[in-house]
Design a protein around this ligand. Structure first.
Ligand code: CP
Ligand code: NVA
Length: 309
């Protein structure tokens, strides 16, 4: 697609259905190249800064390795080591970093920090997870779904658990790509109503269907994919005990998966808590493709970086 160079990657809502699909297909192509040992280095001499205000295994490693494979270099920047941690503004940080770098990836708490960084920066900014969304993960997830099914048409994805950052990006991704997503959450833990509304609006363009339900069985009914995420996201550690109670009927386990298609696949963005949001049997069972998903972070993000940087 043209017109992607120089763009930020903050949220899927900012991209057209064609652009999202283009990036997915590019991720698949870059994965093929990597597996075939074909060098592809469009970012030679370029540098990505990676600001982390929260922990990370996949995001950190996949961005750093991805940047290297594309011919560039990545810097790991922890908030505590930056002047940001001592009160230098996000805007100033964006300005300064743009004088050295060709792109910035940031993982932070408040989504407005990412928006503010993008406002201050003159180079592309990539959202590596905020409390509101996790678009890079959703791209890797839809790449995984596309690889399994060969097409996204008619695919039903069930999401069971907390109405968090992950489900927000999955809903918007479904809207852009024309899938059916059925979300089941306990009362009071639904996805953000604004994100839901925007996703449903975007769904009209593609024929996607976005449902928010209460009953996990209803969401999982006839699903091709079942997705869950932690019950207490980063920053919610204090609610952990209470959430164990609230979500106890939302575990993905042998009982629940009976309602899905017989060849359903299990998805989880990881890190997972066996015995909480997913039973050990399902997490480690033959339907689980969570590590393919994790791998696809690398390929999907290489596509994003190659396209915008
Ligand atoms: N799924 C994900 O973003 O993992 P990390 O927190 O390890 O980056
Ligand atoms: N919802 C989780 C996702 C982690 C990748 C969190 O925000 O902690």
């Amino acid at each position: 697609a043209t017109g992607l160079k120089g763009r930020d990657f903050l949220a899927l809502v900012d991209y057209t259905p064609d652009e999202v699909r283009y990036l997915l297909d590019l991720g698949i192509e870059l994965k093929r190249k990597q597996k075939a040992g074909e060098l592809y280095q469009p970012l030679k001499g370029k540098t990505l800064g990676m600001i982390f205000e929260k922990n990370s295994t996949r995001t950190r490693v996949s961005f750093e390795v991805g940047m290297y494979q594309l011919g560039g270099h990545a810097l790991f920047l922890s908030r505590n080591d930056l002047q940001l941690g001592r009160g230098e503004t996000v805007w100033d940080t964006g300005q300064v970093m743009s004088r050295y770098l060709d792109g910035i990836m940031i993982r932070t708490f408040a989504h407005k920090n990412v928006v503010e960084l993008a406002r201050g920066a003159t180079v592309p900014v990539i959202n590596g997870l905020t409390d509101l969304s996790h678009p890079c993960q959703a791209m890797a997830d839809y790449q995984t779904i596309l690889e399994v099914k060969g097409s996204l048409e008619g695919v039903k994805l069930a999401y069971v658990g907390d109405g968090n950052n992950m489900v927000h990006s999955l809903m918007m991704g479904a809207a852009k790509l024309g899938l059916h997503i059925a979300v089941a959450t306990p009362e009071g833990y639904e996805p953000d109503s604004e994100v839901l509304e925007m996703s449903q609006e975007n769904a009209e363009q593609t024929g996607a269907k976005i449902e928010v339900l209460r009953d996990p069985k209803e969401a999982v009914n006839g699903a091709d994919f079942i997705y869950t995420d932690v019950w207490a996201s980063m920053g919610m550690e204090a609610e952990q005990e209470q959430r164990l109670q609230v979500f106890k009927n939302y575990q993905v386990n042998e009982e629940l998966v009976k309602y899905a298609k017989p060849d359903y696949r299990f998805l989880h963005c990881l890190p997972a808590h066996r015995g909480e949001e997913v039973s050990q049997e399902i997490m480690d069972g033959s339907h689980s493709i969570v590590f393919d998903q994790a791998e696809n972070r690398l390929h999907a993000q290489k596509a994003i970086m190659a396209a915008i940087m």
